[in-house]
Design a protein around this ligand. Sequence first.
Ligand code: DX5
Ligand code: ZN
Length: 217
Amino acid sequence: MIQIGPSLLSADFSRLADELKDIEKGGADFVHLDLMDGHFVPNLTFGVPVIAALRNWTNLLFDTHLMVEHPENYIESLAAAGVQYVTVHQEVCPHLDRVLHQIKENRMKCGVALNPSTPVETLACVASLVDMVLIMSVNPGFGGQKFIPYSVDKIKVAAELLKTAGNTRAVIEVDGGINAEIVHSVVEAGATWVVAGSAVFGKADRAAAIASLRRQP
Ligand code: DX5
Ligand code: ZN
């Protein structure tokens, strides 16, 4: 069963609470929250105080994607804000094992995101620790970019890696450039959590947009 998570990055930032309620009503399984710091990626979004404020407006699961340097500085406050999933980028975590444990100690699920150019094999040593592997199918930083086709093969490698590690609880999430035409290929490869920004918030009818992503041929 695939889970559809609209990315708030493509929502109307002047009406975030309304936008959240709209996707919740429209059948979203979770909401994907992109934190950016202007360093790891060349863009800025919102921080933990905004997430904490939004927590009051929805029961949707909060899936945070940290595109920031030093993600370890945000873990405690994200837990206090009521976030369920925290995903950090492999590329900014020389002490990845430590950060993953820090997330778990704060009673949240931990994920690792990989840029398109980062091989899945870099996760071999932590494969049994993770609750999520996030395959970035665009270069992180912006919504509305074009899906990178070789991401499909990376999803298959991630599925194998988790299987080899005996990790049956971890999910594979895919993020970037997903639309109703592409979703089939990533799900077939083994992704079960699908993030979509512009494909949901770019449409007037969010329920219809979510339904068309969920529909499998
Ligand atoms: C990009 C973000 C994505 C983005 C996806 O760096 O991580 O979550 O919002 O947007 P779309 O689906 O429009 O590519
Ligand atoms: Zn994201």
